[in-house]
Design a protein around this ligand. Structure first.
Ligand code: UDP
Length: 334
């Protein structure tokens, strides 16, 4: 298939391009380099041995998108291009609505005009909010979002579902749990801008001496060691789930389907730190601090549906995730 990947030089996008190419699909990328670097293209080509066309443009640039859709006949689109920092979205909500929601609308406009009818959308487990029902299944109810970022994910899911109902359109919404790690080649990985908000880049930067110490946000939760539980998923496994979803979208009977993408295992913050210490062979400098506002105590995925329907299962465990995240961090300093 010939696939358009928006945000294809970003963290999850770049890993997905590699997996698409390795499964024999042809890829075209549109990326505005807002949170990615042009060098990522060479890195992807270095891993896959296959090149691809890159258009440096914003998905909100309807003319640029139109030109791309005129030039290529796409079999499907994987839409990653979006802002993703929860904290930033609280400070800059309009920027989030504009980029994430308008960006999707612009993309749907181009898809409609050029009769492209398969879309894989990056959603998030953030749509479940704080839930008592664990693990969360795809039918666990969606809660009002705690942040503008979360709101954009719910809005985009709603827009796609609504649109697909009335059109000849197939879409899969993938609700990611916590993507971490890097490609085992250490050629691509996460490139956080400034001080990372997320746990794993903060850990690796602390171990590398870029940050003084990690603060664990609270150890008084109702969990086995008092720290929050998340379902961490290796970015390569997550990338592979997109290829499976894409292939499934061409033959599914309903217009929209939704899948959780996680390992099905929850790990506490302290377990992640221990796994990192084991993988890196060094002690991490950390302290326990107060809770972070808006944090959910615990969440992990029920993965029965993604396993049964897409035939996808995570291959990497938390130790692999930490090993690859650390190799990537070390490589960045060279
Ligand atoms: N966390 C932490 N210290 C940090 C960053 C994160 O203790 O510097 C914790 C956070 O409270 C949460 C987990 O690590 O329990 C994962 O946080 P992250 O921001 O990576 O992802 P989230 O699940 O919040 O989207």
């Amino acid at each position: 298939m010939k696939i358009l990947v928006t945000g294809g030089l970003g963290y999850i996008g770049s890993h997905t391009v590699v997996e698409l190419q390795s499964e024999g699909h042809e890829v075209v990328v549109v990326d505005n380099l807002n949170n990615s670097k042009i060098v990522v293209k060479e890195r992807i080509v270095g891993i896959s041995g296959k090149t691809f066309e890159l258009l440096v443009a914003d998905v909100n640039d309807t003319e640029a998108l139109d030109g791309l859709f005129q030039k290529h006949v796409f079999d499907g689109v994987i839409h990653f291009a979006a802002h993703k920092a929860v904290g930033e979205s609280v400070d800059l909500p309009v920027m989030y609505y504009q980029n994430n929601v308008s960006g999707l609308i612009s993309l749907l406009g181009a898809m409609e005009k050029h009769k492209v009818s398969n879309l894989i959308f990056s959603s998030s487990c953030t749509v479940y909010g704080s839930t008592e029902v664990l693990p969360v299944t795809e039918s666990t109810s969606i809660q009002r979002a705690e942040s503008p970022y979360g709101t954009t994910k719910i809005l985009c899911e709603d827009i796609i579902t609504d649109y697909a109902k009335h059109k000849k359109f197939r879409s899969i919404l993938l609700r990611y749990f916590n993507p971490v790690g890097a490609h085992p080649s250490s050629q691509i990985g996460e490139l956080p801008l400034g001080v990372p908000n997320n746990l794993v880049p903060y850990i690796t930067q602390t171990a590398a001496g870029i940050r003084k110490e990690l603060t664990v946000f609270g150890d008084d939760y109702e969990t086995k060691d008092g720290t929050c539980i998340r379902d961490y998923i290796h970015v390569v496994d997550l990338a592979k789930a997109h290829v499976k979803a894409l292939e499934y979208s061409t033959k599914m009977s309903q217009n929209v389907d939704v899948f959780n993408v996680g390992t099905g295992n929850g790990n506490t913050v302290l377990e992640v730190i221990k796994a990192f210490e084991k993988a890196s062979g060094q002690d991490l400098n950390y302290k326990i601090g107060p809770r972070r506002g808006g944090d959910i105590e615990k969440i992990w995925a029920d993965t029965a549906k993604v396993s049964d329907v897409l035939g996808w299962n995570a291959q990497y465990d938390i130790n692999d995730m930490m090993k690859h995240a650390w190799s990537w961090q070390i490589g960045l300093e060279k």
